[in-house]
Each structure stands twice: as structure tokens, then as C-alpha cells.
Design a protein around this ligand. Structure first.
Ligand SMILES: C[S@@+](CC[C@H](N)C(=O)[O-])C[C@H]1O[C@@H](n2cnc3c(N)ncnc32)[C@H](O)[C@@H]1O
Length: 385
């Protein structure tokens, strides 16, 4: 079925919202203000999922997507928007989630700090590999087929160069069961997981705000280094005091600066490789007032071994914090919480519980760590009423 619709705005998740024939229409790769003819791909209750067949009147913020893989590759879904429109859509998405899911009244306008680089910013990626089809790249939109990508315009040049080397490697050198490759860049080089041929799981380092972080491709590290300084500054502010918690702490991005602002810090992280790097990063920085616990945060809360915590920072994966974690935080009753999130919807779900239990929003800021995609990093600072 085909319809003609006008795209009203971009929703959390990145789809355009339109209405037709009494139904809600979700339009992929749309720009707000587009008048388009769409094809309905799928129907779910009162919602139609549609793709653009023809742009009748383009939105004033629509631009020609520069990447030849746009539309097929599942990696970027915002290249059709000029950069200001991307930032505005992300600000609206965060507000929408806080209003609709967290049920917050009078959500203020949310500033989204732009990325200094709109392209070639990504220092971490996962490359999908199909050894039958001999393709390397990213999954195609809505499928598990690998889109064969020769040049990815959001990769930092050093990663792009290594993508070309991986692509030039003889297929016989690939481990037969290799389906994807984690890659991350650092100041010295690039690290691969798993290692194969001459692609090593190297240890790398990166300096941010004077702290040196070591890591490799087996541990999480943020994608866009250019905004990490401002992200840390906003998330921590001038919080200080006796004791802080850093939950889902990775290799210690926030643990190191927290250890300079608080007398005691406890960091909790499940990935043993990240834990090892976090301990080493603290040791190299001569910070002996922090301990890193290797555990799932929910499991760790079950044994609840801390008290009198003044500040909790949490930075969970996209799924947000488990409900046992939110309960654990509420039991601790810290005066301040800083929630760092890469998914406004799960952030809002968790904020609703915190706000219902007596926390007020002190400040909110978005950080555009992921230009050309609908993803956005959000930091919400809360304080107890
Ligand atoms: C979004 S990353 C944040 C890491 C770190 N704060 C940073 O900014 O580099 C989430 C981290 O949580 C860890 N993780 C995922 N599930 C976890 C769990 N249930 N308990 C503890 N850590 C977990 C991951 O290994 C990852 O390091």
C-alpha cells in the first residue's frame, strides 16, 4: 500500500512521525517537514511502518546524504538531515522520552553539545563479516545481511585505513568461525578482538583531561573521544566529598576523575578485561583511594557492602539499569546521582522511578557522540529533595 504523508517530527528511535487514514505512520530516513509518498512495509495494530518512495516536497532541513551506502547500510540513519536538524531532533527525542516515559512536567529545552567532527569521528566499531559472501561492513538496515563497505565516512582515518587492510587480507587467513571483529583506536595504533593474521589485540592508551586511560578491543571504550572531556565535566560537576560510587565503570573513564574529587570511590564493572585496565589506570595515576569490584551491578547490590555514599554515577549499557540496581541506589539514598545514558527511553524509564522516590532533576545535557545516527548520549544530574 502507498500513501502520501507529511512528516511531523522525528521520534525517539529515529523514525519520522506522520498520520494518514486515521493511523500513525512511522517513516524511516525522513526529515521533519518532508512531504513524501511512502510504501507501507509492515502494519502493527494502528501503526504503519513505511519507507520513502518519492520525496514530493523536501523538508528545508533535508540534505543529500553523502555516503553511497546510505539507506542500505544499517549504520547511519540521520545523513538526510543537516547537522543542526540532527541536533534539534536529538534534543526533541530526549524531551519526548522524559515527558512521555518519565512523566516529567515542564521539561526544559535540552542543549545537545555538538560533536567537533560530524564525520570521521568514530574510534570504535564492530565490523560484520560474511565469509560465504566475502563481505565486510555493517548489517544492512533491518536485516542480518552484511553490507559490504569499502569506505565508512564516520570512521576515524586510522580505523578506515585498517578496514582497508582487513578487506585486503586473504580469506584463508580469517578464522573460519569469525563473524565480527571489534576494533578500537588509540593514540598509538588500533586494537582488534579477536586477534588474527597480523591484527593484534593491542593495548592502547588515550589521554582525556590529563588522565591516561589504557584499554584494548576486549573492553568497552566510548566511540567519540572529542566530547569525552565535556561529558566528564558535566557528569561530575564540582561534586566532592567522602564517598562516591561509579556503576558500570568500564576501564575507569569516570573512576579516575571521581577519585580526585572524592575521598573514597567504589567502581563496579562486570567485564574482567575492563576491570583489569581500570585497576591499572588507577595505579598508573597513583590513585589509591578507589577500588574496582569485578561484578554485575545487580549482584553486587544484593550484598550491599557500602554506606554513606554521597554521589552515585551510573553509565549502564543501552538496556538501562536493572530494577534491582535502581532499588539498590534508592536504598543508599545518595544526595546526588549522575545518570549517563546512551538510550533516552531506558534512561526515562529509570528516571521515573528515581523521581517518584524523591529525586529532582538538577540539570540535563545531551552530547552528540554519534553524528549521522539517531543515537545520543544524555547526562541527567539529580539531587534528593
Ligand atoms: C556504557 S559502558 C560505560 C563504561 C564506562 N563508564 C565508560 O564510559 O567508558 C557500560 C559498561 O557496563 C558494563 N556492564 C554491562 N552490564 C553490566 C552489569 N550488569 N554489571 C556491571 N557492568 C556491566 C560493560 O562491560 C561496560 O563496560
Amino acid at each position: 500500500m502507498e500513501l502520501e504523508v507529511e512528516v511531523e517530527r522525528i521520534l525517539p528511535g529515529g523514525l519520522g512521525l506522520a498520520h494518514a487514514e486515521g493511523k500513525t505512520v512511522f517513516v524511516s530516513l525522513a526529515a521533519p517537514g518532508d512531504r513524501v509518498r511512502v510504501k507501507v512495509e509492515r502494519e502493527q495494530g494502528n501503526v504503519l511502518f513505511a519507507s520513502i518512495q518519492e520525496i514530493i516536497t523536501p523538508s528545508p532541513v533535508r540534505i543529500e546524504p553523502p555516503c553511497p551506502y546510505f539507506g542500505r547500510c544499517g549504520g547511519c540513519d540521520f545523513q538526510q538531515l543537516n547537522y543542526n536538524a540532527q541536533l534539534a531532533a536529538k534534543s526533541d527525542m530526549i524531551r519526548d522520552c522524559l515527558h512521555r516515559i518519565a512523566r516529567l512536567e515542564n521539561v526544559p529545552d535540552i542543549v545537545v553539545t555538538p560533536s567537533p567532527n560530524e564525520w570521521r569521528y568514530r574510534m570504535r566499531a564492530m565490523w560484520q563479516i560474511d565469509q560465504d559472501e566475502h563481505t565486510i561492513g555493517y548489517y544492512e538496515r533491518g536485516s542480518r545481511r552484511v553490507c559490504d563497505v569499502v569506505d565508512c565516512a564516520v570512521l576515524r582515518p586510522e580505523l578506515q585505513a585498517r578496514l582497508e587492510e582487513v578487506r585486503a587480507t586473504d580469506w584463508h587467513e580469517f578464522p573460519p568461525d569469525l563473524k565480527h571483529l571489534d576494533v578500537v583506536a588509540g593514540e598509538e595504533s588500533v586494537s582488534f578482538a579477536p586477534a588474527f593474521a597480523n591484527f593484534e589485540t593491542r593495548e592502547l592508551s588515550l589521554s582525556i583531561r590529563g588522565e591516561v586511560y589504557r584499554y584494548n578491543a576486549e573492553a568497552f571504550f566510548q566511540i567519540n573521544p572529542s566530547l569525552l572531556g565535556p561529558l566528564i565535566e558535566f557528569a561530575l560537576g564540582d561534586a566532592s566529598g567522602e564517598s562516591a560510587l561509579d556503576l558500570y565503570s568500564g576501564v575507569g573513564l569516570f573512576t579516575l576523575p571521581l577519585s580526585r574529587q572524592f575521598q573514597r570511590v567504589t567502581a563496579v564493572e562486570a567485564n574482567p578485561v575492563a576491570v583489569r585496565f581500570a585497576r591499572r589506570n588507577l595505579q598508573d595515576a597513583r590513585l589509591d583511594n578507589a577500588r574496582v569490584i569485578a561484578a554485575g551491578v545487580a549482584d553486587w547490590f544484593r550484598s550491599a557492602p557500602v554506606r554513606d555514599v554521597k554521589f552515585v554515577l551510573l553509565d549502564p549499557p543501552r538496556a538501562g539499569a536493572e530494577s534491582a540496581v535502581i532499588k539498590g541506589i534508592l536504598n543508599l539514598h545518595p544526595p546526588q546521582i549522575s545518570y549517563v545514558s546512551c538510550d533516552p527511553a531506558t534512561l526515562a524509564r529509570d528516571l521515573r522511578k528515581l523521581v517518584a522516590s524523591g529525586y529532582a532533576i538538577h540539570s540535563i545535557r545531551g552530547f552528540d557522540l554519534f553524528p549521522q545516527t539517531h543515537h545520543v548520549e544524555t547526562v541527567v544530574r539529580l539531587q534528593i529533595l
